[in-house]
Design a protein around this ligand. Structure first.
Ligand SMILES: [Zn+2]
Length: 95
């Protein structure tokens, strides 16, 4: 599944709810899922980590739908196969 397909699936399933909740409320859900991802990583529970990654991507797609951003286009234009800062395919930016 491509990012655009995932975002379209989230729009089909949840947009009627996401649009009523609005950008602020949906962004807060995304933050909560990011927090849960951190907790899962700290716990070391591999199943929970996978589930939370899925939830973060789902809520990111929902938020993008609410604010009208095409995630695949945004990502591929900012990260077109190389580091946006140093321009190399393997980042050589100083850490
Ligand atoms: Zn770089």
């Amino acid at each position: 599944m491509h990012v655009r397909e995932a975002q379209a699936m989230m729009r089909r399933i949840y947009y009627h709810k996401d649009s009523k909740r609005g950008a602020e409320g949906t962004w807060r859900w995304l933050l909560e899922e990011v927090e849960e991802l951190g907790e899962a990583i700290r716990s070391g529970d591999e199943r929970a980590i996978r589930d939370e990654f899925a939830d973060v991507l789902a809520w990111l797609a929902s938020l993008a739908n609410v604010v009208g951003v095409d995630l695949e286009e945004a990502f591929s234009s900012k990260y077109p196969g190389h580091c946006p800062k140093c321009g190399r395919s393997v980042c050589m930016c100083p850490t």
